[in-house]
Design a protein. Structure first.
Ligand code: HEC
Length: 132
C-alpha cells in the first residue's frame, strides 16, 4: 500500500512538473510572423498610416480624423488586447474600419507585431541633444 502511494506521488509530481515546464506546442505555433505582418501592412495599412507608421500615407491628407501615428507613445502604450480589439472592429467615426472579415486572427496578430516592430526606443540618444 505504501509503495502504491509512493508510486502515485512520484507519477503525480512528474505529471505536474511536465505540465508546468513543457513547451506548449500551441505557444510555439502562435509566435507572430512579422514578415507576413509586413506584407499585410504594405497591402492594407500603408496607404493611410504611411511606410513607417507615422500616419502620413498618401490617403492621409484626404481623411479627417487623420490616421493615427502608430509609433506614437499613445498607441505604443496600449496593450496587445486593446490594439487587437481595434484591429478587429475598427475605430468608430473614423476611416479605420474593422478587419475581422478580411484578416484572420493570426493575420491581425502578425500585422500588430509588425507595427510594434516599427517602434524603436533606446536608452542612449543616437543624435546629440540640442544645446540647452
Ligand atoms: C482608410 C485609412 C486607414 C487604413 C487603410 C487603416 N487605418 Fe488604421 N486608422 C485610421 C484612422 C483614421 C484611425 C483613427 C485615428 C487614430 O486612432 O489615431 C486609425 C487607427 C488605427 C489604430 C488605433 C491607434 C490607437 O492608438 O488607438 C491602429 C492600431 C491602426 N489604425 C492600425 C491599422 C492597421 C494595422 C491597418 C491595416 C490592417 C490599418 N490601421 C488600416 C485609418 C486607416
Amino acid at each position: 500500500m505504501n509503495r502504491l502511494w509512493m508510486g502515485a506521488l512520484i507519477i503525480g509530481s512528474w505529471m505536474v512538473y511536465g505540465l508546468a515546464y513543457s513547451q506548449d506546442p500551441l505557444e510555439i505555433a502562435s509566435q507572430p510572423d512579422i514578415e507576413q505582418g509586413r506584407d499585410i501592412y504594405r497591402i492594407h495599412c500603408q496607404e493611410c498610416h504611411g511606410t513607417e507608421g507615422h500616419g502620413d500615407g498618401p490617403r492621409a491628407p484626404m481623411l479627417a480624423p487623420r490616421p493615427g501615428n502608430l509609433v506614437s507613445a499613445a498607441t505604443s502604450a496600449k496593450t496587445d488586447e486593446e490594439l487587437l480589439a481595434i484591429l478587429a472592429v475598427g475605430v468608430p467615426r473614423t476611416a479605420m474600419r474593422g478587419w475581422r472579415d478580411q484578416l484572420s486572427n493570426d493575420e491581425r496578430r502578425n500585422v500588430l507585431a509588425y507595427v510594434r516592430s516599427l517602434v524603436h526606443f533606446q536608452e542612449s540618444p543616437s543624435t546629440p541633444l540640442p544645446p540647452p
